[in-house]
Ligand binder design. Structure first.
Ligand SMILES: CC(C)(COP(=O)(O)OP(=O)(O)OC[C@H]1O[C@@H](n2cnc3c(N)ncnc32)[C@H](O)[C@@H]1OP(=O)(O)O)[C@@H](O)C(=O)NCCC(=O)NCCS
Length: 178
């Protein structure tokens, strides 16, 4: 996918070091007002270890995409088959801190939505911290609605106090045959 210097490609194992660096930078700039530093470190270790990402790259039900802006890694997303059946969960969506608000997140969400439709999924789902006001705003702008509020125990005494947001993907009207 290309548009004005933007390319979206599948992430590869060779991208992992740059991806982890971008995730760490984004998390430490964005999350200190939302969760503790100890929780940031715990969640980064849990979600962004080389082993975890490599296993996901080999998993047919998990997808990782990178967004390049003028050839540089600027944003990324990870999404996976989820419950109930027909659901694709957007598990990670991050744009470089200095590049937020320029449409990169929305571009990735549109790309994921198109992929979801092509693969036959009926809805997108995601979880977002209740205090992550900017991300909730961006998701609402992109058609997601809060479906429920839930606290998830993630171990070591930490919890994620989240909204679950859903975007239903009704079938698009078929073009008329001529
Ligand atoms: C959340 C995130 C992925 C969104 O990506 P982005 O590239 O910054 O967002 P976009 O530029 O595509 O903006 C999407 C829309 O949301 C809107 N928006 C952004 N912040 C908003 C806010 N606080 N309130 C209301 N709307 C908001 C934008 O105005 C835009 O709408 P528009 O196209 O009508 O102007 C990105 O900001 C990010 O990485 N944030 C930090 C990490 C994070 O919280 N990730 C999500 C974890 S669940």
């Amino acid at each position: 996918m290309t548009s004005s210097g933007i390319r979206i490609e599948r992430l590869t194992a060779a991208d992992i070091p740059a991806l982890v660096a971008l995730a760490r930078d984004t998390w430490f700039k964005h999350y200190p007002d939302i969760i503790t530093t100890a929780q940031i470190q715990y969640m980064l270790a849990q979600r962004y270890s080389d082993d975890v990402i490599r296993a996901q790259l080999a998993d047919p039900d998990v997808w990782w995409d990178k967004l390049l802006l003028d050839g540089e890694l600027a944003a990324f997303a990870q999404y996976e088959r989820s419950d109930p059946p027909g659901t694709l969960k957007v598990d990670k969506l991050y744009a470089r801190h200095q590049l937020r608000g320029r449409g990169l997140g929305s571009t990735l969400l549109r790309h994921i939505e198109q992929a979801a439709r092509e693969m036959g999924f009926a809805r997108l789902k995601l979880q977002v911290n209740k205090n992550n006001v900017s991300a909730i705003g961006a998701y609402r702008k992109n058609g997601f609605e809060v479906a429920e509020s839930a606290v998830f125990d993630i171990g070591n005494g930490f919890v994620m106090d989240d909204y679950v947001m859903i975007k239903e993907l009704p079938a698009l009207p078929r073009e008329q045959c001529r």
